[in-house]
Design a protein around this ligand. Structure first.
Ligand code: DON
Length: 307
């Protein structure tokens, strides 16, 4: 029997189609020029079925949705103590690109904001890895989460890097506090490559489903990270993944989630499914407007709220 899920997803997309509120990210020229009307949703169950609807074939840069996965790789590669020494787990209540460092130690409050994510970028792979090898480790790791080889969008990479004044400032603060131990510009270049990886909603749904499936990719069967690492990652997504909109998100949608400024959004429902949406117009927190609406609808229709 044909699954009703693709029809359900297509109908959900139609229900939000008319909403043109919000705007594409304007601080990365390549993203400002994206087609704002693109709209897609994907779902992957923990038994490995992938369904999608809308502009599901369209690729876009992963941006901040890379952050929980790179955090997971850092936890796996360096261990909890080494990561927690450098990055906290507390919500900042501030925008994703705010400084948000702990007074005194200079530790970024969490790995979902830019300061924390630049730090976890430097903690992926073995300590002695070169910056290039570290980027390769991250591409390999995110590809294992997705179940296919992901590629960097070079034009997004160069576009963002040529305007990365804020991230360079953050990285310099991190270097001044000895949170990162290397040239801040090198750290930002690597982090920007990580953010420029191209994905579609199917990839993101599988990546989220790998978290929902305790670290085992449900499509390829490959173990990517341990269940302990997944628990830590999903916890941080639940409290910090939607930035200064995290409390509103948790009460209304109730699923660990992460957004990206290209318009992607993922949610991981432990033991059940990974869900992804794509729509480039963003709200004031940098979260996709129609993506948030779709997730509110999924929660209401499918009883996804964890509480
Ligand atoms: O560092 C940045 O500003 C971007 N590469 C990523 C920011 C982002 O996706 C914020 N999320 N909604």
């Amino acid at each position: 029997m044909r699954s009703p899920i693709p029809d359900y997803l297509a109908e959900a997309l139609r229900s939000v189609e008319a909403d043109q509120s919000g705007a594409t990210a304007d601080y990365i020229p390549e993203l400002a020029d994206a087609d704002p009307d693109l709209l897609a949703a994907g779902l992957c169950t923990v038994d490995g079925h992938v369904y999608s609807a809308g502009d599901a074939g369209v690729e876009f840069s992963i941006q901040s949705i890379s952050k929980p996965f790179v955090c997971a790789l850092a936890l796996a590669d360096r261990g909890f103590d080494a990561v927690l020494e450098k990055v906290g787990v507390e919500p900042s209540g501030d925008a994703f690109n705010e400084i948000s460092l702990e007074p005194g130690s200079g530790r970024p409050l969490n790995p979902m904001i830019n300061a924390g994510a630049i730090t976890t970028h430097t903690l992926a792979g073995p300590e002695e890895a070169t910056p290039e090898a570290r980027v390769e480790r991250i591409i390999d790791g995110l590809s294992a989460f997705a179940g296919r080889r992901l590629q960097v969008d070079e034009s997004v990479y160069h576009s963002e890097l040529s305007h990365a004044y804020r991230n360079r400032a953050l990285a310099n603060m991190l270097r001044a506090h000895d949170i990162i131990g290397e040239d801040p510009l090198v750290a930002v270049a690597g982090y920007t490559r990580q953010c420029s990886l191209l994905v579609n909603v199917d990839d993101l749904a599988v990546m989220a489903a790998t978290l929902a499936n305790r670290g085992i990719n449900p499509v390829t069967g490959a173990p990517v990270v341990s269940a302990k690492v997944v628990r830590q990652t999903l916890s941080v997504m639940a409290t910090c993944g939607m930035y200064d909109g995290a409390g509103d998100w948790m009460t209304r949608v109730g699923v660990p989630a992460k957004s990206g400024v290209a318009g992607g959004l993922i949610g991981a429902l432990p033991g059940q499914a990974g869900i992804a949406t794509f729509s480039p117009r963003l709200d004031r927190h940098g979260n996709s407007v129609r993506g948030v609406e779709l997730f509110e609808r999924f929660t209401a229709d499918m009883g996804m709220h964890l509480m």
